[in-house]
Design a protein around this ligand. Sequence first.
Ligand code: ADE
Ligand code: ZN
Length: 345
Amino acid sequence: MNHRPIPAERLPELLRRMPKAELHMHIEGSLEPDMIFSMGQRNQVPLNYPSVDALRQAYVFNNLQEFLDIYHAGTTVLKTEQDFYDMTCAYLARAQADNVLHTEIFFDTQTHTGHGLSAEVVINGLHRACMDAPAKFGMTASLILCFLRHLSEEEAFECLEQALLLRDKIVGIGLASSEVGHPPEKFAKVFARARELGFRLVAHAGEEAPPAYIWSALDVLKVERIDHGVQAIHDAALMRRLAEEKIPLTVCPLSNLKLQVFKNLSQHNLGRMLDAGIVATINSDDPAYFGGYINENFTQTFAALGLTSQHAYTLARNSFEASFLEASAKARLIERLDGVFASLE
Ligand code: ADE
Ligand code: ZN
């Protein structure tokens, strides 16, 4: 949609105010240090850090694996359905403050079943918060279960089996955790089964691993969106395919910065992705660990790359188009977005 260009100093306010969807956020990665401490106390789980500040200061990572190790330690405080509900409500409140109107929340059942919890406790707690989202937070929320790719395909099958008892509470299946050495092909059969069962499919690919992982996420797993996908920049044929087939990328700039995928934000390739006609979106990934929620990702990335209000509109619109909402809901949200841009003076 065409709109009057706005001066650069008014851009941060527009970025904050514009309606948007978030499509790549791991709920366990929204657990803030103070919540880790309060839940740890409530559930009598000892932590290896003496204080909230000491924990926050440990959030310095050289790569994905270093982050995953600390992230996993944080998840040990989650014990009850109420914990999953409370964690999700805390995220939804933050998302509402950032004008998120729809969110598709990732979670890893296997992390929690590995700690002795049942899949029901996890999924019921998360789902109850999603059901309360419209009334409590003025937004919609749905759930995407991510298999952990460092575990076996057999374990992913078990996880899928457990989730089937709660089939209607989950919209999609994804693939997360340690990427390099665990290519999409490892999960070909379980993704084929999830597809037969009618789940929407996504996968992390090309976060740290080469473009071949993105090709096989598309051709072998048959996913509809690629999470991250920033390594596609090294493969011109893949870039053309992503643009031509309108395959959305859920890009997470502050995550890429914290995990040293890019040395600084001004080197991020999001602007080049948009210029190539790729349906990119901006997301927060693990906001409690990476220095900010979705609006912080928008404002810092726009400042570093010199993006404009036209890019802002494109990114927000892409977020609704790339969501798993039905067409009428997408149209309503895009209308609200258009209203904001039409009223710019
Ligand atoms: N799990 C949580 N955050 C992740 C990320 N950025 N990449 C892969 N798995 C994750
Ligand atoms: Zn992620």
